[in-house]
Design a protein around this ligand. Structure first.
Ligand code: NAG
Ligand code: NAG
Ligand code: NAG
Ligand code: NAG
Ligand code: NAG
Ligand code: NAG
Ligand code: NAG
Ligand code: NAG
Length: 267
């Protein structure tokens, strides 16, 4: 019964050739290998794009596994004597590359190569610029995200490529000084589509407002400086007067009212 199940699985998954697979960063990915009833040797050969070739092997006659240079996140999914599938846990951009499974069985030799692409979902942010135009940003996506608007208007696109291979895409929709209510930005990406809406109002002339704020701020700071200067000169002249006060005068001139009021409270 068991062998029949195994054989039928082998018939379904026993395809050889090249396969494109993709995984979202942070998820785990399982790559299956042709399952043959009488496997003597299984080898996974892993060549990441960024280098660091590694292998994972299993010998059925000795029931032994070995691994060279593979990181801990790359391992057999279960037990190689039962299923030679490979599991990549916590997929990262460094895992992108080719994964080849080679099987030596009594029925013959089989191999299967996977080309693993790692997807990084972009972070979507939406805001209004100084002119009241909606700006949609799909940050650090891999591959670059596609941005579209539900508004019938022209938009400008800007792309920024980062060192890790991710791309930030920024689309600015031309509102032409009109009010924009609940316009939707749609970000299409193989790791999942996202959308958000925003409302923008054309600003009253923003440069004029900016000049206004700057002028006001300078006037206020000038007033403040003047006040500080006056206070300083005022205090200065007072201390001068105190210093040149004749010695024989009682020093209670300033504190006079306080010393006068104290005895009154006692009565
Ligand atoms: C990948 O992980 C995200 C959460 O990080 C989860 O929502 C998603 O369903 C996972 N995808 C797969 C294919 O497991
Ligand atoms: C992966 O395989 C493809 C096609 O066979 C090849 O062009 C590419 O150079 C390989 N990449 C690595 C990192 O081995
Ligand atoms: C192979 O070895 C493992 C322990 O390393 C054992 O659990 C398993 O039963 C063995 N399989 C066979 C087919 O002998
Ligand atoms: C494993 O990595 C070491 C250094 O990290 C290197 O010297 C060695 O050649 C690698 N082995 C294989 C089989 O790639
Ligand atoms: C978009 O721009 C093109 C040329 O730049 C212009 O002909 C067209 O009228 C614009 N469309 C809208 C909706 O503004
Ligand atoms: C935009 O909306 C504001 C109120 O939200 C309104 O005062 C203004 O007249 C509107 N402008 C246009 C061009 O529709
Ligand atoms: C994402 O949107 C595109 C069109 O922009 C569509 O072809 C694709 O099926 C969508 N994907 C998902 C997962 O909804
Ligand atoms: C707004 O400022 C721009 C310069 O930035 C100027 O060309 C335009 O005429 C101003 N509009 C109004 C209504 O003042």
């Amino acid at each position: 019964m068991h062998t029949i199940v195994l054989l039928s699985i082998a018939a379904v998954s026993g395809v050889t050739g090249n396969n494109r697979v993709s995984a979202t960063v942070g998820n785990s990915s399982v790559l299956v290998c042709s399952l043959k009833s009488n496997t003597t040797l299984v080898t996974w050969k892993i060549s990441p794009k960024t280098g660091g070739f590694c292998t994972l092997g299993y010998r059925a006659d000795q029931n032994k596994t070995d691994r060279t240079n593979c990181s801990d996140s790359v391992n057999w999914k279960f037990r190689p004597d039962q299923d030679p599938a490979l599991e990549i846990r916590q997929v990262g951009i460094v895992h992108e590359g080719n994964y080849t499974c080679e099987v030596v069985a009594t029925e013959g030799n089989f191999h299967r190569t996977y080309h693993l692409t790692v997807l990084v979902p972009p972070r979507l942010t939406l805001h209004c610029d100084d002119h009241g135009n909606p700006v949609c940003e799909a940050e650090a996506g891999k591959p670059p995200a596609q941005i579209s608007w539900d508004l019938e208007s022209n938009s400008t696109l800007r792309e920024e490529v980062h060192d890790d291979g991710t791309v930030t895409v920024v689309s600015t929709c031309a509102a032409h000084g009109t009010n924009v209510t609940n316009t939707i930005c749609i970000v299409s990406h193989p790791a999942g589509n996202q959308s958000k809406s925003v409302s923008c109002h054309p600003s009253k002339n923003s440069t004029w407002a900016l000049h206004c704020v700057i002028s006001l701020a300078s006037v206020l700071s000038l007033l403040f400086l003047l006040a500080v200067f006056h206070l300083y000169t005022f205090c200065d002249s007072r201390t001068m007067r105190n210093q040149y006060r004749p010695r024989h005068l009682p020093p209670t001139e300033l504190s006079g009212p306080i010393s006068n009021s104290a005895p009154e409270q006692r009565n």
